[in-house]
Design a protein around this ligand. Sequence first.
Ligand SMILES: N[C@@H](CCC(=O)N[C@@H](CS)C(=O)NCC(=O)O)C(=O)O
Length: 239
Amino acid sequence: MSYELYYWPGLPGRGEFIRLAFEEAGTKYKDIALDEDAVEMIEKITGETRHPSFAPPFLKHGDVVIGQVAAILHYLGRRLDLCPRDEAQALWCHQIQLTIADMVAEAHDTHHPVSLSDYYEDQKTEAHKRAKNFREERIPKFFDWFETILKRNTKGPEFLVGNTISYADLSLFHLHEGLRYAFPHAMTGIDRSHKLVTAHCKNVMARPRIKAYLESDRRQDFSEDGIFRHYPALDKRAA
Ligand SMILES: N[C@@H](CCC(=O)N[C@@H](CS)C(=O)NCC(=O)O)C(=O)O
């Protein structure tokens, strides 16, 4: 049975959390986003499956169709050997992933704080307020937590859970990359004060399969079409 990832074309977005898991595992998968008729294929599966996902990304594996990044990674974790076997540790990994999902949603809301259907340009005033709070309070709070859980890992701070790579490590890496793209100024300060997270993300980036993937044409660039958008006005220096 082959793995098929359904996600919008042209952006790393939330699909990237799933791609990184397949890439690190060295497991073959079909990335529908690279197909010319990706949108039609998303609509087709959504229209016919008994378990339609509310929104992409979703994974199709034989008859199984799963939406929600954290649920997809929970499913793939054991299959790709990217999650601890122990139940309590597996749940901890899932908990971290859900927290990453919370932060991703907040990052998105900095440029679309009022309405998903309107342009950023139509909600700039609210976006500025939301981004200020995100930069000054929410990024530090989330990153303090990532730093703390790395520090408290009894196996050492190289990985979030235990002493081997998990899907949560890959996701923290992508979150960090996305935030560095969107908020380069704010993230420079965060990186200086969160040394364990910074070292962790560098280690993930240097893993041979991840490095090869990042240099390949399978990797798509961040842009102002995705979740992590760089609008300089939203990355202002704190007053
Ligand atoms: N919580 C979901 C969020 C899914 C989501 O918001 N997907 C976006 C693309 S990244 C989308 O297509 N949203 C359309 C919509 O919400 O109507 C997850 O983590 O997978």
